[in-house]
Ligand binder design. Sequence first.
Ligand code: CA
Length: 254
Amino acid sequence: MRIEAWGRSECGEVRENNEDAWLADVHAGVFVVADGMGGHAAGEVASEMAARTLHDVLSGDADPDETRLLAEEDLEDEAAVMRERMRYAMNQAAIQIQRHARSRPETRGMGTTAVAIVVDGDRVHLAHVGDSRAYRLREGRIDRMTRDHTVVQDEIDAGRLTPAMARMLPQRGVLTRSVGVHGRVEPDIATFDLEPDDLWVLCSDGVTDVLEDDEIIDIVDEITPEQTADALVREALRAGSEDNCTVVVVHALP
Ligand code: CA
């Protein structure tokens, strides 16, 4: 299926640095949003490193030895191979970031979220770590395709918090998983079908902190796919986001 894509990132009025990174490679079908953390410019380095590493591995520029990673019977399933490649890519990104942090003590604790999709024919492979999200918009509906790796999301899932309550908590950004801070990364990975006119939206929490899912669909319903990334970032800032705001939009051509 043919696709087109756009990305937009803004630092916003409050933060001094933009620690988000994004990447959209239509040719390779690889799309990434990463939201770095760590201070001393380390967050910017971590998110850039993750985006670059994910791209290099997922586009085939850095070829992992998949036969080493998979049992023979699994190798016959192309989707399984891609999911294994995504797991490998996330861990390669973590290794790069840890290596950097080890050589520069002031950057210790640097890390990043990462949400990545690979579009392969009529399939979308999705991997994510942290609280950057992927949404799928199809026929006027919005579906959140990622589950935030945050303490408050765990509390919501356990029934101890409502999403409305969670939105008010200052610690809503505390992650349970990230790329680079700890050793091995366990990303959530899944494969979905891609239908003509599907819109996939990847975004950092600077956007989703201030825009509810139904507000996102209200904004997107009024505009063309081409305008979506710019519009969501603009509306997030207008809604008072105090964080960096980043959106990547992938559109399956009808
Ligand atoms: Ca953020």
